[in-house]
Design a protein around this ligand. Sequence first.
Ligand code: SF4
Length: 83
Amino acid sequence: MTGQPVTTGYVYYANSHQRQPVEISAELKAEAIATIQAVSSLLSTGIMPAPVYSKRCSGCSLYSQCLPQAADKVGRYQEVDDL
Ligand code: SF4
């Protein structure tokens, strides 16, 4: 390592082929560490959150496995009692 501080990173969006700069602040580092700990907890317990369909899903590579719209539909399904 060079010992130089890294203050900027980049996020590359493969779908749109765009690269966006991200300022690396103390708050962002703390948020990243909290997210890593939350994911670690999910992996150790095996309990996954329910998928939430949103605009971001259109570019998601996991869409065909996640099926967020189908999960939402099943969650809203209620059987009607016989009349
Ligand atoms: S399709 Fe992707 S972005 Fe949408 S809920 Fe599933 S994993 Fe998340």
